[in-house]
Design a protein around this ligand. Structure first.
Ligand SMILES: N[C@@H](CCC(=O)N[C@@H](CS)C(=O)NCC(=O)O)C(=O)O
Length: 81
């Protein structure tokens, strides 16, 4: 993975921490966008294009050109890489 492969969208919740812990422990660089629940950013149209559930966390894997959501699926995807 290169520096810009992974872009993580998350917030300070238990599910939101899961990919952060994985990426930090694995030493994988990533870009981070904090999603502001107070502003309902997880329901914004641009975010819903990435994750139609309107929840965090979500990653965009730029190397594969796709978004992945559900924390378990994100961890699985990262572990496979
Ligand atoms: N099963 C999902 C649950 C995701 C989830 O419930 N995210 C919460 C925060 S922990 C969320 O985005 N809540 C905002 C909302 O529902 O509007 C996962 O594991 O990723």
């Amino acid at each position: 993975m290169t520096r810009t492969d992974i872009h993580l969208y998350t917030a300070a919740t238990m599910n939101g921490y899961k990919p952060v812990i994985f990426l930090e422990e694995a030493g994988v660089p990533y870009d981070l966008t904090l999603v502001d629940f107070g502003r309902q950013e997880q329901k914004a149209p641009d975010y819903l294009k990435l994750n139609p559930n309107g929840k965090i966390p979500t990653i965009v894997d730029r190397a594969e050109g796709r978004a992945i959501f559900e924390s378990g699926a994100i961890l699985w995807h990262l572990a496979q890489k």
